[in-house]
Design a protein around this ligand. Structure first.
Ligand code: BES
Ligand code: ZN
Ligand code: ZN
Length: 475
């Protein structure tokens, strides 16, 4: 998709359709206001007027996420039309007004709204939007173009993560993720990939990760992707992603594992973030550590009652094979701290159903030990329009992790607060020097959705790719 910056009312711009924003308290001052009022246009409305080739969308302010949602609505209204090019309302910066966040949001919204997982459909979504014209004033064209490009890159990275999350388990197994990461890195001089299988994981004592893989015919993969900027790096950030290409629950079989192809969305997002970091040329070294395996049922599978020794020496009683993500993450987090020694480590995982019960299906739970870090992350990341809620732990919850036969158990049946307890479990694998440099993002709710919402289609959403990028890029 191309974004073209023009002068206001520039001659020679030919477009199929126009999107017109209508301030909700100012409908009367809009062109076509009579027709709009006759049609019952009001707060929250979106009206397609094919006669004038315009879609009118009501907005209550010009905040970036208001703009993203309005564009998503307008694009939705154009479904079925033969629209390949769109003109946007004129964006005007006044003296104290920076329009670059709005321009970034415009590009994000178009690219995010144009994503469709139609790879396996005979009838594709066509035509696809090719060009968006935006006129600006009070902001030089180079700055406007850079803001749009930033938005386009972030949204493309989210779409990339969506595409991986949506792939189905028969074709997308751990080795496919390795191939995907290798293919991605081929396109960048600044990116490298290494991948490790069973022998290496055994050598490393990553028995928690291996235990989850035991029931699967496909070898687990630990994938390490590195983006190193061309110039000096301001610091090193590592994203660790849960990559369960399928989660049946194992011997603690889920009553209905349908949609559990989505359990790889954390790994998909981590890879998407590295892609965007390379495209944007971010001044950080960005690593992704992806823990890829299936969690299957069968005669080789681990059983509730098994005990494993994780890479850091902690013994784990596996009392529920469906609490497998934390086993994979435990070893991947341990590996990443020792091997990468980053300044900040953020894991992302579709980890618990409990987080969805707690904060709803659109919100990511932010957990960790440092309130300052969690709050800063939430504040900066939610500029993306994604929702983040900080979930606090406390020492009284700790005894729930106790096992009678090992150092810790992986599930705490009957104890409320599953998302927080899962984070406390992960904390057992965080070294002292990393306690305050670690964040855990539980994306079980928003990473994958049965229905479309806002600028997210049904299926994988690419959350938290843009949230993490906003965090990295904030001052
Ligand atoms: N992958 C699931 C969590 C999940 C649930 C993701 C719903 C997306 C939507 C995870 O592996 C899991 O099964 N967790 C269990 C943990 C429990 C056994 C302690 C859960 O949340 O029920
Ligand atoms: Zn599970
Ligand atoms: Zn899972």
């Amino acid at each position: 998709m191309r974004f073209t910056v023009t002068e206001q009312d520039a001659p020679g711009v030919s477009f199929d359709y126009e999107i017109v924003f209508v301030m909700e308290d100012n409908i009367a001052n809009t062109a076509d206001s009579e027709a709009l009022l006759l049609a019952g246009f009001g707060k929250g409305s979106c009206l397609d007027m094919p006669g004038s080739r315009r879609v009118y969308v009501s907005i209550k302010n010009t905040e970036p996420d208001t703009i993203r949602r309005a564009i998503a609505k307008a694009v939705g209204a154009l479904k079925g039309h033969q629209v390949k090019s769109i003109r946007m309302p004129h964006m005007k910066a006044s003296l104290n007004d920076d329009i670059t966040p709005a321009l970034t949001a415009i590009a994000e919204a178009f690219v995010l709204s144009d994503y469709h997982f139609d790879k396996y459909m005979t009838k594709k979504y066509e035509p696809r939007l090719e060009e968006v014209f935006i006129s600006v004033s009070g902001c030089d064209f180079a700055t406007a173009r850079a803001a749009l490009e930033k938005g386009r890159i972030m949204a493309e990275a989210a779409n990339y993560a969506r595409a991986i999350g949506n792939e189905f388990p028969q074709v997308f197994r751990p080795q496919e993720m390795t191939a995907e990461a290798e293919k991605l890195a081929e396109g960048y001089e600044t990116m490298t990939v290494e991948s490790f299988g069973r022998d290496y994981l055994t050598e490393q004592g990553m028995n928690a990760f291996l235990a989850v893989n035991q029931g699967s015919p496909y070898e687990a993969q630990l994938i390490h992707v590195t983006y190193k900027p061309a110039g000096a790096a301001k610091g090193t950030v590592c994203f660790v992603g849960k990559g369960l290409t399928y989660d049946t629950g194992g011997v603690n079989l889920k009553s209905n594992p349908y949609k559990m192809k989505s359990d790889k969305c954390g790994a998909a997002a981590a890879l998407g973030i590295v892609k965007a970091a390379a495209d944007l040329g971010l001044p950080f070294e960005v690593h992704a550590v992806l823990g890829m395996t299936e969690n299957m049922i069968g005669c080789h599978a681990i059983k509730p009652d098994d005990i494993v020794t994780a890479r850091n020496g902690v013994t784990i009683e596996i009392n529920n094979t469906d609490a497998e993500g934390r086993l994979v993450l435990a070893d991947c987090l341990s590996w990443a701290q020792d091997m990468i020694k980053p300044d900040l480590i953020i894991d992302m995982a579709t980890l618990t159903g409990a987080v969805v019960v707690g904060v709803g299906k659109y919100t990511t739970g932010v957990l960790g030990n440092s309130y300052a870090l969690m709050d800063a992350f939430k504040k900066k990341a939610q500029a993306s329009g994604e929702f983040y809620t900080v979930l606090e732990g406390n020492c009284y919850l700790e005894p729930a992790l106790d096992s009678k036969v090992a150092d810790v158990r992986n599930s705490f049946s009957g104890t409320p607060g599953g998302a927080t307890l899962a984070a406390l479990f992960l904390d057992r694998f965080i070294q002292d020097e990393y306690k305050d440099k670690w964040l855990h993002l539980d994306i079980a709710g928003p990473a994958y959705s049965e229905d479309a919402w806002g600028y997210n289609p049904a299926g994988a959403t690419g959350i938290p790719v843009r949230g993490c990028l906003y965090y990295l890029m904030a001052d």
